[in-house]
Design a protein around this ligand. Sequence first.
Ligand SMILES: C[S@@+](CC[C@H](N)C(=O)[O-])C[C@H]1O[C@@H](n2cnc3c(N)ncnc32)[C@H](O)[C@@H]1O
Length: 242
Amino acid sequence: MDVESTYDDVAAEYDTWVGAGSVLADPTFEELIGSIDGQAVCSVACGQGREARYLATEGAAVTGVDLSENLLTLARRHEEADPLGISYLQGDAHTLEGLATESFDGVVCYMALMDIPSLDSALQSIARILRPGGWFVFSITHPCFKTPATGDLIDHTNKSVRRTVGRYFSEGYWDGPGLHRDALPIGAYHRTLSTYVDALTRAGLVIDQMREPPLDHQPVWREVPQLLYVRCHRGTETLSTH
Ligand SMILES: C[S@@+](CC[C@H](N)C(=O)[O-])C[C@H]1O[C@@H](n2cnc3c(N)ncnc32)[C@H](O)[C@@H]1O
């Protein structure tokens, strides 16, 4: 599959938006990851490296992989400024070529599966590089509440915000991200919740925990989850039920 890097054009803006050189601070992500001291962890679709830096500060030996050369240039620049021992590799999540089979204790994919065209290929590559029993933590925009037709309404009885959701069944590429358009490429891939669960199962990744935290960033996110977090482990058998 020939995949184009849609983040190259917005790399500088994305870096500024998420915090150049910052270390990711996300309590839900941290809770799901737990203790990782001494583990080999791969950050797939690592961008400018914010979650890779979190993993490294927790004592993991971290490899970050991303499609975007421009984001990786920034990630390497941040690593040079504040060395944490992170290795960065340009690569496609669909294959994770160059990463050895069963070579990682854990894999993370933070806020990126929506940007990757083939969910099955990405999850199967992730399962391939995990040792049996290894863990996988990912976060995505919540597929049930951030669909290709999402809006917010004010409830005039008490001025609270309500979310409206449409086109849930319209899977595939859509003119996605609503906020922060200057720092994100146009378009993302919408999938239903059952598509995510079935693809994980096909890849032999078993769900252990899910989180849908209330967030303070937007009033409606306190009432309706904007993000979904999942922790899985690689089972002993890889299923293939296409
Ligand atoms: C929303 S950004 C998230 C980046 C980083 N995880 C973070 O949270 O800052 C999505 C990332 O997915 C990467 N990406 C998209 N398609 C990819 C692919 N096929 N293989 C590897 N990375 C990919 C983009 O280059 C971008 O860095």
